[in-house]
Design a binder for this molecule. Structure first.
Ligand code: URA
Length: 285
């Protein structure tokens, strides 16, 4: 079941607010009834929704998971550089746009869709959907950085960053102990994580299943690996947060959005449609 206003915004070119005006103006009917409200629940498969006597039906929505390679822009088109849409073949090309942006040099999970509502829900600051990254930074692990990420920090924006989760990792599997230890040392006065933040267990699962040894192998001497989850999407946010702690990001790869994990089998530069189970994870919030 779907709200009537959402159904209409997904099935037409009208925005949610335009749809509400149409409903108020009495131009929308459901199964012949005109006394309908935006929040009314309808079944897209069986209910007959008309706008000015024209039936509205949902087009098949497309949502692809891409493993974005470095060197490609998260945009639909660009005069100079290759974009993620240039990597997509028919029958998908031309209808899709990326859900948010990754920097040109950032790799990993990028969703491509033709569904404006889905994109809005995943990116809206009020929804706090977490984004989880694998990161290689300069210097050694330092718990004071973990605390600064938890407390939120000034990165030159109007507001401080929201509390974020940072876990230092290592190739020999020590991160399991780190996560457990971190959970055990959580104190009641530690800042509350935003509502959409994934659990440490989920973060741990992403790290175990989604980060390849070849990703760890990029870590040079005097550098370390970490996993970070944030629930915002400020410009260059991860790089600026580490910079504010005196560190430089050498490699950045997104491995999760909400509870959706980057498929470790997906080669860099390739994509596949989300499974119904994965779509449900995105819509669960
Ligand atoms: N934060 C960054 O700094 N870059 C990205 O691409 C994504 C998050």
């Amino acid at each position: 079941m779907l709200r009537l206003d959402r159904f209409l915004a997904e099935g037409t070119a009208w925005s949610r607010s335009e749809v509400k005006k149409l409903i108020r103006a009495g131009r929308v009917s459901v199964n012949g009834r005109c006394d309908v409200k935006p929040e009314m629940k309808i079944d897209p498969a069986s209910d007959c929704v008309l706008v000015d006597s024209v039936r509205v039906e949902l087009q098949g929505r497309i949502c692809l998971m891409m493993n974005k390679p470095a060197g490609v822009l998260s945009a639909t088109q660009d005069r100079m550089d290759r974009t993620v849409i240039d990597l997509v073949n028919e029958p998908y090309a031309g209808r899709l746009f990326p859900v948010g942006r990754l920097d040109k040099d950032t790799e990993g999970l990028l969703l491509l869709t033709d569904d404006g509502n889905l994109s809005h829900d995943l990116l809206s600051p009020s929804k706090h959907v977490s984004k989880t990254y694998f990161v290689i930074i300069t210097g050694a692990p330092d718990e004071t950085i973990v605390t600064r990420f938890r407390q939120g920090m000034d990165i030159g924006e109007r507001r401080r960053t929201l509390p974020a989760q940072l876990v230092f990792l290592s190739v020999d599997g020590d991160f399991l102990a780190d996560l457990k230890q971190q959970e055990e040392t959580e104190t009641p006065d530690a800042p509350q994580m935003p509502a959409g933040m994934i659990s440490l267990q989920k973060m741990q699962e992403f790290c175990i299943r989604s980060i390849a040894l070849t990703d760890y192998d990029r870590c040079a001497e005097n550098e370390c690996c970490a996993a970070v989850s944030v629930t915002e999407g400020k410009y260059h946010q991860i790089k600026r947060m580490f910079q504010s702690c005196g560190r430089e990001v050498r490699f950045l790869k997104r491995i999760g959005m909400g509870e959706l994990m980057l498929d470790p089998e997906l080669e860099s530069g390739t994509y596949r449609p989300l499974t119904p189970e994965e779509l449900a994870l995105l819509e669960k919030r």
